[in-house]
Design a protein around this ligand. Structure first.
Ligand code: COA
Length: 293
């Protein structure tokens, strides 16, 4: 049998000009780790300066130092919790004090866990919606005056979870659907000010907390086989999409959702064994050791 062909993830620097984002400042929630750390690193390699926002100040500072070492550009840690707008307003102020402006914003802070609806308290559902959806609103609200001044651009990290009724993901699916809707409204309200707003909807990305939490243990290889492009995504894949969306090449692209998932959305097998996963939730507890069910 012919082996499946696998494209490699290509760094954006092999494709776009190296000073693409010289003099640009990017404000990134969730930039201390995971996908948004990878996107920030790539934007910095193109010359952008970055302010990364997250709850854990120590981890954030270490991440900013690492970004500076790896990219030779500037990064600052601006601790904050997207659920509390005053902390984001403070992070914006720190960014303006350090860099004088904000051109680009990535709304990437997210919280998620696997749980059936009957395993969610009202507070659990609220926690996810507050981080993902209200956190996106708070970030936009705290940055929009600055972004308008510079005719800048927003990229929100969405998901593909909500394109169908995925079991055990009701809170995150609801929140991400809200982010897509909010981004479209933002695109329309700020378009006349020269500001764009787009979402990236990543598929399964290696080395992220999301992948660790959402892929059942021992099923990584099977998950890969269901992806038409035959590999799990890399952080570069998402970074490359962000480079395009922030670049002038996308100046007529706004209110869009760019799905970057190796084609997975067009080939959806059940994520959990069905209907067993909803009939007997206890039987899958062992796949997700953190689960409270
Ligand atoms: N299943 C069901 N409920 C859960 C849960 C799980 N696996 N994990 C947390 N909860 C519930 C808690 O019990 C609590 O509800 P309660 O007050 O009724 O008991 C509620 O969610 C809030 O949890 P808490 O730990 O107090 O909130 P937090 O603000 O410290 O954490 C989370 C927020 C729950 C989203 C946490 O997972 C988090 O901080 N995640 C950030 C990183 C992340 O999720 N990354 C993945 C991105 S895809």
């Amino acid at each position: 049998m012919t082996e499946p062909y696998k494209h490699k993830a290509v760094p954006a620097l092999d494709v776009f000009k190296p000073d693409l984002f010289k003099d640009k400042v990017v404000f990134v929630t969730g930039g201390g780790s995971g996908i948004c750390y990878g996107v920030t690193e790539t934007l910095m390699r193109f010359g952008a300066k970055a302010a990364i926002v997250g709850r854990k100040a120590e981890r954030l500072r270490a991440a900013a130092q690492q970004l500076e070492r790896d990219t030779k550009s500037k990064a600052i840690a601006t601790p904050g919790d997207v659920r509390k707008i005053e902390t984001i307003q403070h992070a914006v102020k720190q960014t303006l004090d350090a860099f004088g402006k904000i051109d680009f914003v990535i709304c990437g802070a997210a919280g998620n866990f696997m749980a059936p609806i009957e395993g969610l308290s009202s507070n659990a559902f609220r926690a996810v919606v507050e981080i993902d959806l209200i956190g996106t609103f708070n970030t936009v609200r705290a940055t929009m005056e600055e972004v308008k001044k510079n005719h800048g651009s927003y990229v929100h990290i969405s998901a593909t979870l909500h394109y169908s009724g995925l079991p055990w993901q009701s809170a995150a699916s609801s929140a991400k659907a809200g982010i897509d809707a909010f981004s479209a409204a933002l695109a329309v309200e700020l378009g006349p000010f020269g500001v764009r707003s787009n979402c990236i909807a990543p598929g399964l990305i290696a080395g992220t907390e999301g992948a660790d939490r959402l892929v059942p243990q021992g099923q990584e290889e099977m998950a890969q086989g269901f992806i038409p492009m035959q590999r799990i995504g890399q952080k570069e894949d998402i970074a490359n999409a962000a480079v395009f969306l922030f670049s002038e090449a996308a100046s007529w692209v706004t209110g869009q959702i760019l799905v970057v998932d190796g084609g997975s959305v067009h080939f959806r097998g059940p994520f959990l064994p069905y209907p067993d996963a909803v009939m007997d939730t206890q039987s899958f507890k062992s796949l997700f050791p953190g689960s409270k069910m």
